[in-house]
Write a protein that binds this ligand. Structure first.
Ligand code: RB5
Length: 147
């Protein structure tokens, strides 16, 4: 599995923590920055991860900002992206089982690194259930075509 990850300045510390987790778990990933702590605009960092996942270059994406909200809004503007804003382990599992989310967003100012690690590990290791949920994903995709 190939993973793309990025943050804004508000998510730099948690992004480093999550990259350490990915190393520990043996997942390969590409880091889309930022490379220093200067203030940046989160859509600029959501874009390469979201487009990378939507194009199939990456299987999953991880986006982190202060709240996770800006990143999730930006990511969900990209066709084919189902980005879930998650701050608990139950939702991490449910959004893979039911929504087949392909990007997870989290807020460094919302949760601590221990919980964030559990969330990401759960999210990466949970499969989509398919079945009735497949029909619902198809209806989400149909909404994208309405524009
Ligand atoms: C940056 O200050 C902050 O607005 C950003 O990290 C994020 O929380 C936006 O949704």
């Amino acid at each position: 599995m190939k993973i793309a990850i990025s943050s804004d300045h508000g998510g730099n510390n948690l992004r480093k923590e999550i990259m350490a987790l990915l190393d520990e778990l043996g997942f390969s990933y590409e880091d889309f920055g930022p490379q220093d702590d200067s203030s940046v605009d989160y859509p600029d960092y959501a874009k390469p991860v979201s487009e990378g996942v939507a194009s199939g270059n990456f299987d999953k994406g991880i986006l982190i900002c202060g709240t996770g909200i800006g990143m999730s809004i930006a990511a969900n503007k990209v066709k084919g992206i189902r980005c879930a804003l998650v701050h608990d382990v139950f939702s991490a599992k449910a959004t893979r089982c039911h929504n087949d989310s392909n990007i997870i967003a989290m807020g460094e100012r919302v949760i601590g690194p221990g919980l964030a690690r559990e969330i990401v590990a759960t999210w990466l290791q949970t499969d989509f259930e398919g079945g009735r949920h497949e029909r619902r994903i198809e209806k989400i995709t149909a909404l994208e075509e309405q524009k």
